[in-house]
Design a protein around this ligand. Structure first.
Ligand code: GDP
Length: 368
């Protein structure tokens, strides 16, 4: 029998093959009278939104859709991976709609860092990307820090309009929405539904607000430039910071190299002695060596001393790609997308970075 089944919650075609894609339903659930997809099931029974994968094409359609609305856009970025989680195209699509830019995972920043400085930095970086947010805010969706303030800001700026929450995967969008649902969605009258995005097979979570408007959680796009795609799940846990990052300071002279596990490497090729302050997950091992010995070390010890990647994933790990940089400013960050950054204190250093093919490396004025 070859009958197509549709989810009675969101209307998506039911499939039983791929858990990560939309429409997934376990085979056993097909026996029920009313079949709904796992995403709707979790939403209905646990008040919980689930991540789904998305193609770039579908994401463009979502962005286009946003431009046609009169709404408040809430854009969430991961402040620990600001550039990697940015969503470059957004400003071309939002039209006149105001944007509230929310930097999530503030709990990861060292306590010594002034929040106001981070906000200043986010404003500057946004304007370099061509985006002028109405306001910029920091929160920690996970710890709950400043989540209510975010909700209040949304209320303030939406002025009765609908709200669209956008962000790439892994920025903590679901954690945030789930916190909101817990806070506001407890009573039975509060009905969460999904609503379709025209031209796509995707739908948004539709959270009703009390004046009849809605807060829509749009699906997040996958960021292809991140380290995350090259490692196993367990290793990913190592490189993803879980708590306050403790900066590690190295006083280096020219001719020295730092290895970040076996995932990336920074050579101090030329310049006066200066300090390299490393902001990475506390579990990423940093190894200092002589530049002249660095190649050999990698050849002989990738997957062991230089890990992650472990021995197994080292086999498929892409070759490291070199890039040369001259740091002209006093304090600049070398950013390795999805992994962390190094603040170089000093001027005029010649640096060579090595990062896996496809992982983005960039230089920016220091955050702090
Ligand atoms: P989404 O893909 O944007 O929906 O992201 P998730 O909500 O699934 O979160 C991605 C990962 O980031 C999970 O491992 C979360 O536990 C973690 N996370 C989310 N919010 C925070 C936060 O405020 N601080 C920290 N440290 N981690 C967070």
């Amino acid at each position: 029998e070859h009958q197509e089944m549709m989810c009675s919650g969101c209307g998506i075609k039911i499939q039983t093959e791929d858990k990560e894609r939309i429409g997934y339903t376990p085979k056993s659930a097909l026996e029920r009278d009313v079949v709904i997809c796992q995403r709707c099931f979790r939403l209905k029974h646990y008040n919980e939104v689930q991540d789904i994968s998305l193609t770039d094409d579908d994401f463009l359609k979502i962005l286009n859709e946003l431009g046609t609305k009169d709404a408040l856009i809430v854009k969430i970025v991961d402040i620990f991976d600001f550039d990697g989680s940015w969503l470059p195209g957004l400003h071309r699509f939002v039209g006149k709609n105001p944007i509230l830019l929310v930097g999530n995972k503030v709990d990861l920043l060292p306590k010594s860092v002034k929040r106001s400085k981070v906000i200043q930095w986010m404003k500057r970086a946004s304007s370099e990307y061509g985006l002028k947010p109405t306001d910029v805010h920091l929160m920690s969706a996970e710890s709950g820090e400043a989540v209510m303030e975010t909700a209040n800001l949304i209320e303030k700026y939406r002025e009765g309009r609908n709200v669209y929450v956008v962000g790439c995967t892994n920025v903590g969008k679901s954690t945030f929405i789930n916190k909101l649902l817990k806070e506001f969605g407890a009573d039975d009258e509060f009905m969460i539904t999904t609503s379709n995005i025209p031209g796509t097979t995707l739908d948004m979570i539709d959270v009703p607000l009390d004046d009849g408007s809605s807060l829509f959680d749009t699906p997040g796009i996958i960021n292809h430039h991140q380290m995350a795609h090259l490692l196993e799940k367990e290793e990913l846990k190592t490189i993803t910071p879980k708590k306050e990052v403790k900066p590690k300071v190295f006083q280096l002279e020219a001719g020295q190299t730092l290895y970040f596990g076996g995932m990336a490497r920074v050579d101090f090729v030329q310049g006066e002695d200066q300090s390299f302050v490393c902001y990475f997950s506390n579990e990423v091992p940093i190894h200092r060596t002589k530049l002249e010995k660095a190649d050999e070390l990698y050849k002989n010890h990738l997957g062991e001393l230089l890990s992650p990647p472990n021995k197994e994933s080292a086999k498929d790990f892409p070759p490291l790609v070199k890039q040369d940089w001259k740091l002209e400013e006093e304090k600049q960050d070398i950013v390795i997308s999805g992994l962390g950054w190094i603040t170089v204190h000093g001027r005029g250093a010649s640096i060579r970075t090595h990062a896996p093919k496809g992982v983005h490396v960039s230089i920016r004025p220091s955050i702090f």
